[in-house]
Design a binder for this molecule. Structure first.
Ligand code: BES
Ligand code: MN
Ligand code: ZN
Length: 498
């Protein structure tokens, strides 16, 4: 979809459909005052008759009115004027996009961000208009034999009143498009079924990204390579599967070689049966989403390839299946990780930490400025936080704060939870250095503490996206989180450098 910037009052603007905010408060406010007379009259009448969509998120489509340059008008309820902040803007923008999907309109102009919004600058207003609209138009139908008709909207103008803001709005739109492309990739990969989206498939996608973007380079390690490196923890997870495991390395080089990179690791379990500690059947299909960390890291790299910020980033993606079989790892088995630490596998369903621990050890060779991992790691995190916030665990307050702020700015929120020695108690083993699973209570922190044993002294953060990476129920599907958070964090680092 195209998103041109549009300046100038809606009285003179020609468009097939203007998206206009309507507020609960009496009278016409904001952009409403700049509409043509016939439109103003109609809206005032609707308001009087209490038929105007004043409630946040409601919409009302006015067909052609004579005497206006605007053909259709989509009124969007925005609640109270004084309360119109970033959050309400998000709701309104999503409702507008959903309403536009149901029309035949090919081109429209969005006036929801025409005037300044409390707590949201022009850059983010434009960027979020793009990201939210784009995400609302996302559909995954590559495996439907009969495709639904394509949505008609091709062009959505982003209206701003202040001409001085054209440049920042353009920048916001450009970044928004790049981020949306990354989110789309993350969603597509996670939605793809596990018989198609295998570790090999993920490696091919990484390879294709490197082909497409000049600054991306890909190298994938095979099981043989991993064996040579001593990745006993990672390989123990893959051992029961027929599909070969991969460790995908995708490097983004946007700064000089001497600049230390940020390393992001994404859990890529393309299907998690639990292994010998088999999961119960209900919702097991959703364990195809257990590679959402990998998907979001690949999505982030695609965005970097497109936006070309001046930073260095290395993506490390351990990808494999967790399957039961005669060759599968047993509860009680002890494995030696690449770090030399031994792990007693109490529960084969706690596999994410096993593939990540060797990846974190491997990451040390890049001397990461920041080391970040993203994983659908624990059901306990879902119990703790629900589906709104990603769990954030970190050994570094500065890094944690930057990630929390990035999440807040992008409507991709995270919430910090504890990680530390007190949780290590739970992982005591009588036979190995420690165990891979412990108590149910505080399970998300215990998992994070397990990972912390492999990060050495690097500033590190772990994002547990078990509750945020996908939706269940009738809207079942990947969310693309936390691509927006990660990219926002990385773009801010790049600004700091230049
Ligand atoms: N992939 C799961 C975590 C998960 C479960 C994410 C449900 C989203 C929804 C992970 O591999 C797992 O099975 N974790 C176990 C750990 C336990 C055995 C210590 C869990 O959370 O039950
Ligand atoms: Mn598991
Ligand atoms: Zn898992």
């Amino acid at each position: 979809m195209e998103f041109p910037v549009k300046t100038g009052s809606p009285v003179r603007q020609k468009t097939a459909c203007a998206v206009i905010p309507i507020f609960e408060d009496a009278g016409l406010s904001g952009v409403g005052k700049e509409l043509s007379r016939p439109l103003k009259r109609l809206i005032t009448t609707l308001k009087k008759k209490k038929e105007a969509p004043i409630k946040l998120g409601s919409t009302y489509l006015i067909p052609l009115i004579r005497g206006t340059t605007i053909q259709k008008t989509l009124l969007v309820g925005c609640g109270k004027v004084a309360k119109f902040d970033g959050k309400n803007f998000k709701e309104a923008t999503l409702s507008a996009a959903n309403a536009l999907k149901d029309t035949e309109v090919k081109e429209a102009i969005n006036y929801l961000g025409y005037l300044p919004i409390k707590g949201l600058d022009a850059y983010y207003t434009a960027r979020m208009t793009v990201e939210l609209t784009h995400s609302s138009f996302y559909r995954f139908d590559e495996l439907k034999s009969k495709k639904k008709n394509k949505y008609k909207l091709r062009k959505l103008g982003v209206a701003i009143k202040d001409r001085k803001l054209i440049k920042v709005a353009r920048q916001g739109i450009k970044d928004g498009k790049g981020i949306s492309a990354g989110i789309d990739l993350a969603k597509d990969l996670a939605n793809r079924p596990p018989n198609i989206c295998t570790p090999t498939h993920l490696a091919r996608i990484a390879h294709a990204l490197a082909k497409k973007h000049e600054r991306l380079e890909e190298k994938t390690l095979s099981e043989r390579d991993m064996k040579r490196l001593g990745m006993g923890a990672l390989l123990s997870v893959s051992q029961g599967a027929v599909e070969p495991a991969k460790l995908i390395i995708l490097q983004y080089k946007g700064a000089e070689d001497r600049v230390d990179p940020i390393v992001i690791c994404g859990k890529g379990i393309t299907f998690d049966t639990g292994g010998i500690s088999l999961k119960p059947p209900p919702k097991m299909d959703e364990m195809k989403f257990d590679m959402s960390g990998a998907a979001s890291v690949l999505g982030t790299m695609a965005t970097l390839g497109q936006l070309q910020p001046n930073i260095n980033v290395v993506a490390l993606i351990p990808a494999c299946e967790n399957m039961p079989s005669g060759q599968a790892t047993r509860p009680g088995d002890i494995v030696t990780s690449m770090s030399g630490q031994t792990v007693e596998i109490i529960n084969t369903d706690a596999e994410g930490r096993l593939i990540l621990c060797d990846t974190l050890t491997y990451a040390q060779r890049y001397k990461p400025r920041y080391l970040i991992d993203v994983a659908t790691l624990t059901g306990a995190c879902v119990i703790a936080l629900g589906h709104h916030c990603t769990g954030l665990f970190s050994n570094n307050d500065g890094l944690a704060l930057s990630l929390l702020e990035a999440g807040h700015r992008t409507y991709d929120p995270a919430w910090r939870l504890p990680v530390g020695e007190e949780h290590f108690e739970s992982l005591k083993s009588n036979f190995a250095d420690f165990a891979n699973a412990g108590a149910r209570e505080g399970g998300a922190s215990i998992a994070a503490t397990f990972l912390s044993k492999f990060v050495e002294s690097r500033p590190w953060a772990h994002l547990d996206i078990a509750g945020t990476a996908w939706l269940s129920g009738k809207n079942k599907g990947a969310t693309g989180r936390p691509v927006a958070l990660l990219v926002d964090f990385l773009l801010n680092l790049s600004e700091g450098d230049s």
